[in-house]
Design a protein around this ligand. Sequence first.
Ligand SMILES: [Zn+2]
Length: 329
Amino acid sequence: MDTTCVSAAERIPPETTAWNRLVEARWPAGVVCPRCRGREPAFRAKRLEWRCRSCRYDFTVTTGTAMHRSKVNAAKWVNAAWLSDLRPAMLARELDVSAPAARRMADALEMTGLPPGEGRLKALMNQPSDRSEALRRRLPATFDTNANPIDGLSRGQRTVLGILRGRIRGTTLSQVAAESRLSEDHARRCLNALAERGFARREKASLPWGYGSRKVVLWSLNLSEDCVSALAYLLPPTPTPQDNTCADRVPPELWSLFWNGASAKDLRLPDDAFFVATTLLDGPDPVARSWALRCLPIDALRRCRDMRGCNTGEIATRIDKAIARRADG
Ligand SMILES: [Zn+2]
């Protein structure tokens, strides 16, 4: 079939047809879970997604393939498999996709090493063995075919669970809301639902605040066996963009660490940054150290790096890393 002389618009079939072709190309003998090879997964038509009945993995037709997470729709990928000119500029024009997308498509098509046609589409839909390996490694060690502890958790609840995982010392409702980008109401509902399932707990705590303390409600993981195995099913944490803007005051929860007569509330940054850096970086509080590394001016960190106490060992390494990371960003 020579389709290279037909215009792209005529060739592009309706999206569902293209999607069916991807499914047939990938699983001619029936859909198989890309993670555990379980058969006959449950199909969720609304999301064009399957859920494995054995390992409860959610997957789509492109999971683990070269098209995984591609923003280009199925129809364009199908058409690309029949194009003979794989120069990215040509792909971009023929399929009306962005230049980066065209480059990625060209790479994937060339990797198959096959001429245009059905064979190339099939090769494109094949999950390379290194990707199957990566997926299988994510199977929890306590893989149990009957129960998935995060089954039934909403997207929001999973996100919130992931945030709690990153905040072992606990966190407040407003921080959860800010980090998850959910409204406070929504975040509260998620936290309560997690508490009901025994994954989260809520406690009153008193935090150092200024020269006194402040009562807050802290949410944290309830590290039951169920909760630990649920965490294994969550996706790995996505790095959250760090707030690198330099502060102009020391946050009140750290004031109590300034013991030597200085009134921490009167300290101003960047003028007092060096003093603040020496106090916090050399001190015992890990939260204070991480705040200092993230928020104090880089100059102050550099000066501090040369001081006794900070010029060797782990703290020296951490300062170097912080400086390097912030210089990049
Ligand atoms: Zn499976």
